[in-house]
Structures are given as C-alpha cells and as structure tokens.
Design a protein around this ligand. Sequence first.
Ligand SMILES: Cc1cc2nc3c(=O)[nH]c(=O)nc-3n(C[C@H](O)[C@H](O)[C@H](O)COP(=O)(O)OP(=O)(O)OC[C@H]3O[C@@H](n4cnc5c(N)ncnc54)[C@H](O)[C@@H]3O)c2cc1C
Length: 416
Amino acid sequence: MRYSGLRVIKEALTGHKGWRPAWRDPEPKKSYDVVIIGGGGHGLATAYYLSKVHKITNVAVIEKGYIGGGNVGRNTTIIRSNYLLDGNEPFYELSLKLWEGLEQDFNYNAMVSQRGILNLVHTDAQRDAARRRGNAMILNGSDAELLDANGVRAMYPFLNFDNARFPIKGGLLHRRGGTVRHDAVAWGYARGADMRGVDIIQNCEVTGFKIENGKCLGVETTKGFIGAKKVASCVAGSSSRVMEKAGMRLPIESHVLQAFVSEGLKPVLDGVITFGAGHFYCSQSDKGGLVFGGDLDMYNSYAQRGNLPVVEDVMEGGMALIPAIGRVRMLRSWGGIMDMSMDGSPFIDKTHIDGLYFNGGWCYGGFKATPASGWCYAHLLATDKPHEVATAYRLDRFRTGHMIDEKGVGPNPNLH
Ligand SMILES: Cc1cc2nc3c(=O)[nH]c(=O)nc-3n(C[C@H](O)[C@H](O)[C@H](O)COP(=O)(O)OP(=O)(O)OC[C@H]3O[C@@H](n4cnc5c(N)ncnc54)[C@H](O)[C@@H]3O)c2cc1C
C-alpha cells in the first residue's frame, strides 16, 4: 500500500478499514540468499537496499527483540556530514544525500528536518580547528559556515556568551545537518524491505553460527537453524558478543551512552547546538521536549542504562551553556550500548570466514550513517566488493596501519 494524502482522505471516508500492517510477521524459511542479523536501522536499511537496488529479495532480517528496540530508537536523532578525514567524510556526505531523498524514496514520513547544527567554539585554537574542518567538509561537497560570536548571538541570544571560563567565540554552522524521527526510520526501511519480499523475523535471537571448512553455512537461532549463502552481522552494541560466537575478537569495546528529554516547552531552540567546552548537545523535539546528551559513562557495559555522575555532568554542561535550562524539569533518560571501535570509525567488511560479513563499530554516531551504511553494506553483499566511499572501513586496518582516527586521540575507544 502506498501512503499519500489521498489515501488518508479515502480511508477517513471509508472507516479506516483499508489500512494493513506495515510489515508481515512471517515464520523463517529453511534458508535464504542473505541472512542479516539485527533489525536495527543498519540491518533494515541493508535489507531495503539489497531488495530495491540489487534486486536480491530472498533475504531475512533476524531480530532478537522488536525492530526499533535497539539504538535506532534510543539515539538523539542527529544527522550530519561534518567529518574531517577523507576516509569518513565522503561516506557521511553520501548518507546525508540519501537522508535528503529518503522519505520520497521509501514513502514514509521520517520527519527529516534539516534545521542546522552549530558546533560552538570557545578558544582561538578551536576556531582554527573548526575552520580546517569546515574547509574539509566543503572540499567533500558538504556545507559549512564559520560564524563569529555576533553571528551565533543572532541565532541563539539566550546562550551564555560571557561565561568566564567558556566564552562563546563563534561556531561552525552546518545548515544541512539536523534531526530525523529515529524509530520512523526503522519502520520506513522495514516496510520498504517487507514490500519487496524480505522476511523480518522478530523475537528470534541468533545464538550461533554454522561454520564448516572456513565457510559460514547459516545461523543457529531460537527458532532453529536458518541456512544462508551469506550471513551479515549488523548488531551494533552487541557486535563483540555475536561475533565471538564465530570465534572472532573485534577491535571494539562496548560502552553506555545516555540521553535525556525535558518536559515539553514552547519552541525555543530551532536547530541543534553542541557545547565546545563540555559534554552537552541539545535540540528540541517537535513535541517540545529538549533532547540532550553528553559523554559516555566511561566503563564497559552491556546495560541499557547509565549512572548518576554522567547525569550530573550533562546537566552542568547544559547549565553552563544555557543558564535558563535550570528552570526546566527533566522528564526521562535512558541508555544505549555503543560499539566503540579503537579509532572511532566503523567497519563494513568481509570477515576471514567465507560468507560471513561484518558491519559495526558505529560508536555514538551511527544513526546519521544509517542510509549510507545500508547502501554500502548491500553493495558489499551483492558484489563482494566494497563501495567506493567505504573502502577505508576494513577490519584489518589496525594491522596495516590505516586507522581513521577522526579525533586524534589514539586507541582509546571511550574518548572517540
Ligand atoms: C543515547 C544515544 C544517543 C545517540 N545519538 C546519536 C545521534 O544523535 N546521532 C547519531 O548519528 N548516532 C547517535 N547514536 C548512535 C546510534 O544510535 C547507533 O550508532 C546506531 O543506531 C547503531 O546502529 P543500529 O541502528 O543498526 O543499531 P540497533 O538499533 O542497536 O540494532 C542492532 C540490533 O541487533 C539486535 N541484536 C543484537 N544481538 C542479536 C542477536 N544475537 N540476534 C538477533 N538480533 C540481535 C538488537 O536487538 C538490535 O535491535 C546514539 C546512541 C545512543 C544510545
């Protein structure tokens, strides 16, 4: 069923009897051409592009919970293409271009809102770094504008410009960045993939791999064995646990990241701002809540909840930047598991096991990558060759010395 304004009117006039579930709830078949493990944004986008672009439709997405229950439904919804390094920026620029046409493409309202992202700068050195990053972005086809303090003041007069420790000296504005309704992305991709014949199998956990003579023949699941010509792992925060079942140890650590939402307010913040001197970033949802977050909890964990010191740290950051926030009540908070890689960049690659592929290491920036990750993973699965914008995302890059260390902090996953 195609969604449209006309369809809404027709259904309204006929008692809403024509709506159908957005995707089926099938039992798994004995085998598939491709089995994707993980029904998060990346797994569902991969299934969608495999079926739509490459016409490979004998595909199953195996999800241990319900789709949208992982990080795709837990993030702070920010999308952007403002990376510095050549290994990254063309990939994120492809992703942003796909976001720009996504709703028309998959016929679903994902509320893509290019409301702009402003990264604040508080020192002269930060301004130099922002200028360099902005130039790299422009060279790769993205957009960037360097604002001085007055430029920032014209946009957000309520920020604390004269904070004695962190005066605002300007900001790097990326107008095409913004927010997207995160769970609608999962639903839109799921619906689009299902429509083309992909089986989305929820409440089915992958518990092991069948590997014989160096070849992966399928997956063991809580609903029995499912054979596959190709198995594609795409489980984000659970990457180490799942790939361990195939005997692989990944260059990834799992950490908790928290997010927060305030009570609903009248429109006050029409873009996304990030504090350059502390761990705080913020946007306002269409329901009115301020959506904000900060740093990792800094310890390894698979728990989808965080601890109080980080709550305090994020609130302090918010107060330093927007003093008026002190009068706002916080409504809720939650945590998600981050697959933090050793250099802060992801992987989209074959493994050393024939027929087994890996996608992960998205750290806390994987939501914005969802379309390009699906696009490039589908390309790899269909052609057995990396997509041209994802050639750097190799599993062996630490052995060969080709790290993509965007932040320049070395092998410290919690700092990326
Ligand atoms: C608080 C927070 C804020 C964030 N903010 C942003 C942001 O603003 N911008 C941004 O770009 N990114 C952000 N991120 C990161 C982003 O959400 C993730 O990088 C991205 O969603 C990960 O990809 P995914 O959607 O495929 O993951 P998920 O949705 O986690 O999908 C993985 C799926 O695999 C399933 N799975 C795991 N093990 C198995 C198994 N054995 N068998 C079957 N299924 C299994 C899980 O149940 C899960 O549904 C944030 C994350 C968090 C937690």
